[in-house]
Structure formats: C-alpha cells, structure tokens
Design a protein around this ligand. Structure first.
Ligand SMILES: Nc1ncnc2c1ncn2[C@@H]1O[C@H](COP(=O)(O)OP(=O)(O)OP(=O)(O)O)[C@@H](O)[C@H]1O
Length: 281
C-alpha cells in the first residue's frame, strides 16, 4: 500500500493557504508522525486525503487511484480503504461499544441494512475479534458515554480497523488523554499497523510521542514540509525549522545570536497553544 501526495495545495475560501505544495509518500506498514505548530496544516493534510476537505490542487494517489478525481460514488467506495481516527473520538455516545464499532462497516452494507443497523453475522464476529484485540473484549454492551477517554479511543480504533482499511489516518489521538494512556494508544496504533501491514499517519502535537513511536517523522510549518526523517534525525535544528520556520544561526558564536532560537524549550512542548481543529473546509 502506498499513499503518494504530490504538490498538494489547499487555499480556504478565507484566503488561508493551509498547504503550499506538500509532497509526501507513505508506504508499507510504517508509522509516520506528522508534527508542526498549531495552524501548520496537519489536519488539513489528513482531511484532504479522504476529501473531508477538498484540495485546491495537486495529486493524492492511494495504491495508484487518484483520489482527487473521484466522483461521489467512487469516493464513497474509496473511503472504505481509509480508516480515520479522530481526536474527539467522533463516537455516537448513546450507542453501545458494539454498535459504534459496527458503524465502521456501514460502507459495506446496503442502504436499507445500514438504516436498520442490520449487519451480517460475519461483521459481528469480526467486531468481537477486534474488540478483543484493542482490549475491550468484555465491553461490547456498554454505552460509550460510560467509558473513559482511553477506552473511547480504543473504540475509535476498532471502528477504523473493522473497515479493513489500506491506510489509517489519525488526527491528534492523544490530546485528550493522560501520558500513560497516550503511550498505550500509540503502541496499539503502531502494533496494528504492523499486524495488518498498513501504514499509519498520525498528526501529533507531542514531539516526545512522535520520537518514541514513529518510524518516520515529517514536520510541517506554515503549509510547507520542512522536515522528513527518522526520529534520530529530528535534532534541535530540525525542531527549529518545524516550530519556528528558521534554521538556527550557526556561524555567529555570540550569545545573543542564539537567543530566541532554540531557547530552553523542551521536546514535546510546542510553543503555540493548543486550539480546536476547525470543523470543515
Ligand atoms: N475551515 C477552515 N476555513 C478557513 N481556514 C481554515 C479552515 N481550517 C483550517 N484553516 C486554516 O488553515 C491553516 C491550517 O490549519 P490546520 O487546522 O490544518 O492546522 P493544524 O496544523 O492541524 O493545526 P492544529 O494542530 O491546531 O490542529 C490555519 O491557518 C487555519 O486557520
């Protein structure tokens, strides 16, 4: 499986240039963490892939299929191949864990069956297996509004996995979770990518989590890809490019020249504050 973005651009009707020609390829069963300050374009990039946001120009190919050229029916079919996991889980609160997971199969059943939430027995079997895999084996009948944040995110992961996607897109999966639960959720995502041999692209604010869990890190700044490499290659200079959009001054040894460059910023604490992800294009 390969996802290939070429010169992807998105300008919102407001004039905001969220993506300024991003080219990026993701393949195999690698976990790619996308980092960058608030407003860098991370969510826009992920949302363009399943066309929740329409790209302005450029190409997005999933296993050779040009996603930007699909009509509505083709897009519905292609979206089965793209599993999406959201920051705020996007679950139906009053439904049970099992019912939420089965909504991941809606793209595969007829409209009538979908309306009646009448899923084939093999889908239910599959759901039990996946719930076991994500550690919610005995929770299928619980209502989602009775679950903790970590448990909800596991339901979100199960719902994406039951789609049998070719790629997993994950938007800020840990922002509402404590550090320990965040680590567990990241482990689960990378394990699932390996087991299913699919790549996973994770937008993530916490640089430490990206360093600990990703095979590859890509950094966006102001709509441009300014870093691509292994976690080991993400040094102070690279972090400066990602979070400040500038290389640190190298030649001038005077103390003032480096002031405000890297400062005493610690990994995992981007300088921009969190803000909520806008709802649409
Ligand atoms: N629906 C929208 N309408 C207009 N502008 C938008 C919209 N969504 C995002 N933007 C703008 O596009 C740019 C990129 O936003 P995006 O949400 O993709 O960044 P991000 O890196 O995901 O940020 P965050 O980490 O805070 O979620 C920002 O300037 C933002 O204000």
């Amino acid at each position: 499986m390969t996802l290939e973005a070429t010169d992807l651009r998105k300008t919102y009707p407001t004039g905001d240039e969220a993506l300024k020609g991003v080219s990026l390829s993701i393949e195999g069963s690698e976990t790619v963490a996308m980092i960058g300050p608030s407003g860098a374009g991370k969510s826009t990039f992920v949302r363009c892939i399943n066309r929740l946001t329409e790209p302005t120009s450029g190409s997005l190919r999933l296993d050779g299929t040009e996603l930007t050229a699909l009509d509505a029916d083709e897009l519905r079919a292609a979206r089965r191949d793209i599993g999406m996991i959201f920051q705020e889980y996007n679950l139906v609160e009053r439904l049970t864990v099992m019912e939420n997971v089965l909504t991941g199969r809606l793209g595969y059943v007829s409209a009538w069956r979908a309306f009646r939430r009448d899923f084939p027995p093999e889908d239910v079997e599959r759901a039990y297996g996946i719930l076991d895999r994500v550690g919610l084996g005995d929770m299928e009948d619980k209502r989602v509004d009775e679950l903790s944040g970590g448990q909800r995110q596991r339901v979100g992961i199960a719902r994406a996995v039951i789609q049998q996607p070719k790629i997993l897109l994950v938007d800020e999966p840990t922002s509402s979770l404590d550090p320990e639960t965040s680590n567990t959720v990241m482990d689960l995502l990378t394990d699932i990518a390996a087991e299913r041999e699919i790549p996973v692209l994770i937008n993530i604010h916490e640089v430490d989590l990206a360093l600990d869990h990703a095979d590859r890190v890509v950094g966006l700044h102001d709509g441009e890809l300014v870093f691509e490499g292994t976690p080991a290659e993400l040094d102070e200079g690279a972090l400066d490019r990602v979070y400040r959009g500038a290389d640190p001054p190298e030649s001038d040894p005077s103390p003032t020249a480096t002031e405000g460059s890297t400062g005493d910023r610690t990994l995992g604490v981007p300088e921009e504050p969190e803000r909520s992800v806008p709802g649409g294009s």
